[in-house]
Design a protein around this ligand. Structure first.
Ligand code: FMN
Length: 210
């Protein structure tokens, strides 16, 4: 069984380290990008869960994912006008819009997604994620709000007409202990969701209505 690879889960600003390829181009400028976006500005267990999904995609499907979070935004994120966004915030929004597949990582706040997480998607063009594969994950303090993935996150990406994968992944904080094994059921869910996501990413026509 896999052990948590928390060393890999440092939040690395995309325009600093992890998003830069060997040839110096940024993730924002690379085509066919798979992006993970975590709705937190500090490193959380939501990053750990997304890291597990990304590791599964890399190991089993040879898919690389760049992880972004709210620390990749700039000071003007809290505007409703794209024209008023600073360059970092705009680049984040545009990277989400241009990606070919999106993994969502979300801490649960007050029974829902964090307000700033939603605000980023308020700035995303309504058609930008149409038919694009989206894998939903969330982490809460306990199990009480586990349906946040189905009752809040899935409808949000339904608005965008995204191709959300059938298996959403919810974990509670105690499921994600650094250097500890992930429970078999959670690991199976990660494996299943990653398989569905990889299938859609490698076959974009499958997400498009004829
Ligand atoms: C403001 C705030 C509100 C929260 N509300 C909930 C909640 O309604 N339901 C829940 O399960 N966890 C809630 N939590 C717990 C977080 O979701 C949980 O601690 C986090 O995802 C685990 O990651 P971390 O400990 O690395 O931050 C809340 C945490 C904060 C800070």
């Amino acid at each position: 069984m896999d052990r948590l690879r928390h060393q890999q889960l440092e939040t690395q600003p995309m325009w600093g380290r992890s998003g830069r390829g060997n040839d110096g181009e940024t993730a924002a400028s690379r085509p066919h990008e798979l992006i993970a976006f975590v709705g937190s500005a500090r490193r959380t267990k939501a990053h750990m869960l997304v890291g597990e999904v990304s590791a599964t995609l890399r190991q089993k499907h040879r898919l690389d994912v760049d992880m972004l979070d709210l620390s990749d935004t700039g000071p003007s994120l809290c505007t409703l006008s794209r024209a008023e966004l600073d360059s970092r915030s705009l680049a984040l929004v545009e990277t989400i819009e241009r990606c070919n597949g999106l993994i969502i990582g979300c801490p649960v706040f007050q029974g829902s997604y964090p307000g700033l997480f939603k605000h980023v998607f308020d700035l995303v063009s309504p058609r930008a994620l149409r038919n694009k594969p989206v894998l939903i994950t969330a982490v809460g303090g306990g199990l009480r709000h586990s349906l946040v993935v189905e009752h809040q996150l899935r409808p949000l990406f339904g608005f965008f007409e995204a191709a959300t994968v059938s298996t959403a992944i919810y974990a509670c904080a105690e499921d994600l202990i650094p250097d500890s094994e992930i429970a078999e059921l959670l690991q199976a869910r990660i494996t299943n969701a990653a398989q569905q996501f990889a299938t859609l990413v490698s076959n974009p026509a499958a997400t498009t209505m004829s």
